[in-house]
Design a binder for this molecule. Sequence first.
Ligand SMILES: [Zn+2]
Length: 302
Amino acid sequence: MGQLPIVFARRYDLDLDHNHRFPAAKFRRIGELLVEEGICNEPDFHRPGPAPLSWIAAAHDRTYVDQVATASVPDKIARDIGYRMTEAVALRSRTASGGTVMTARLALEHGVACNAAGGSHHARRTQGAGFCVFNDVAVTIKVLQAEGLIERVLIVDLDVHQGDGTADIFADDPAVFTFSMHGERNYPTQKIPGDLDIGLPDGTGDDAYLTALKDVLPRLIHRHRPDLVFYNAGVDPHRDDRLGLLALSDDGLDIRNRYVIETVRNAGVPIATVLGGGYSDNIEALSRRHLGIFRAARDFVS
Ligand SMILES: [Zn+2]
């Protein structure tokens, strides 16, 4: 069994002020923990560069892409995103997208690969929103489809927030199946329907959550026959998450991650994972929660 390919860049770090609602410090700590916990040796990280703007523009309107690149995003859109839109944020967002493209290529080669960022699923075609600037998974699908590497894709989005941006971008593409299971009362209030949306009630715990997942995932893989699966492994369904309204335990998240990867790999389909959301003032606990996806994935490298 080979080593799990992990994609990580120093630039994933996002230099926001410490009181910002978005826990940007987690990215640096996750990189450190992957090394400290023996999941990856530092020299073995796959290090992406910023995605070219032409890649980003395959999923987003050119006007918006240029506004981000030149730090001239209209105030209204910057407020929807939730950051001050600087050139550093633009470079960071392009790097996260470059990372997901790299992760998908590695997944096609090794069966599974993980990005230590990505999952910006609220970014829709015309603009970013909800801490998401560019939709890295959508960018990756467009780039790999254009190269002829993949055609049919299944997105398994288990972040606690609905994947409205991804649903928007692929609304007219029958080759891309968008599945989101999320807290029904969580952001966004106005959801853009995907191909399958399961909105769970507040306080849903491990058993009901895992039952709902196991009820649909094998069927989706069997029916859609994807060339590649993208898994948004957001940890914000956890009971201690500051924004999520579900009530999963540490074990629940572990079982979920393992189940998704195992089910996809047993069907002979490669899987690329992206980090997704997770919110806490306790950066250490939050970063450790995110390690679960890497631990689960490393048992399934072919
Ligand atoms: Zn989320």
